[in-house]
Design a protein around this ligand. Structure first.
Ligand SMILES: Nc1ncnc2c1ncn2[C@@H]1O[C@H](COP(=O)(O)OP(=O)(O)OP(=O)(O)O)[C@@H](O)[C@H]1O
Length: 286
């Protein structure tokens, strides 16, 4: 099993720098959440990692080998949006067949069963699918493909709540049956919080967080109480945001708490991933 290493990757579109020197590693058999606000560069990064668009500088390597012009390595990776490359007149089952020819060992059992569960007609032409079914179709191809690394770009775009639930459930089951690496790019943090093991948060073209979910949340605290007490307790800590309700204030702290004695009026609770994400990626803060 291979790991992917991203080193000093930058991407400029004209004069605009979208990725500003990224460094991280993707390990085999993990579910990653690639989180960032609209326009943060998630899709760009996924396209660079799968050699769909060129990078401006830096390297992407798999077990030390560059991915550029390296078909053997690129066979190990699948980017969900690739199906838009297919002729829109093709029918769903034909794309399953094409994918099998390109990557080998397509999981027809899984893709066909899921088509039934989602109510996707295998004979439908892909150009005629509704927005939601277009996503479902792309997701089914991505789940069936035999690649070791599956990059899912906004996999629930346009899906209703029932279909989103079904997708997450099936993804977990499929992952348990055939471990591989999934990188899920999304801004719907709440929905993936229980699914992903590791988060990569992008902001301003840089990786802000690259760590395990549990480890990340262990450093995220909500300190609540009367404003003056809360501010004095959190002075000197890494306060990344706050909320107020009347005279009660919540300061959001990311990082170590010190050993100060907690006043009776103040309480410390955990923070969920969504709240942490919002506070970390708010403009003007940090
Ligand atoms: N081909 C392109 N030419 C010029 N600018 C581009 C191109 N592709 C992306 N960009 C710009 O790069 C930035 C990052 O876009 P990208 O689509 O990677 O973000 P994203 O994090 O996937 O956003 P979203 O969550 O909104 O889909 C945006 O400012 C976008 O306008």
């Amino acid at each position: 099993m291979s790991s992917i290493e991203i080193k000093n990757v930058t991407k400029q579109f004209g004069k605009k720098e979208v990725l500003a020197g990224l460094n991280f590693k993707l390990e085999p058999n993990k579910i990653y959440g690639l989180l960032g606000r609209n326009g943060a560069g998630k899709s760009t990064l996924l396209s660079i990692m799968t050699n769909r668009i060129p990078l401006t500088s830096g390297t992407v390597t798999v077990d030390g080998e560059s991915i550029q012009n390296n078909d053997k390595i690129l066979q190990k990776m699948y980017l969900m949006s690739e199906v838009s490359l297919y002729n829109s007149r093709l029918r769903v089952f034909q794309v399953f067949n094409e994918t099998d020819k390109m990557y080998g060992k397509f999981d027809f059992d899984l893709a066909n069963r899921l088509a039934g569960e989602f109510g996707l007609d295998l004979n439908a032409r892909i150009g005629k699918l509704s927005t939601g079914y277009r996503t479902i179709f792309k997701v089914l191809v991505a789940m069936g493909v035999s690649a070791e690394y599956i990059f899912l770009d906004e996999p629930t775009l346009g899906l209703d709540a029932n279909h989103r639930d079904l997708f997450y459930k099936e993804l977990m089951e499929s992952y348990a049956n055939r471990p591989r690496t999934f990188v899920i790019s999304t801004h719907l943090i709440e929905e993936v919080a229980n699914l992903v093991e590791h988060v990569l948060i992008i902001k301003n073209g840089k990786i802000l967080i690259d760590s395990g979910v549990d480890e990340t949340l262990a450093k995220a605290h909500t300190v609540t109480g009367p404003e003056a007490d809360v501010d004095s307790y959190t002075a000197g800590l890494n306060v990344i945001g706050h909320d107020s309700l009347g005279k009660i204030k919540a300061n959001y702290v990311f990082g170590d708490m010190d050993d100060k004695i907690l006043p009776d009026t103040v309480s410390i609770e955990s923070m969920d991933l969504q709240k942490l994400f919002i506070n970390l990626t708010n403009e003007g803060e940090n």
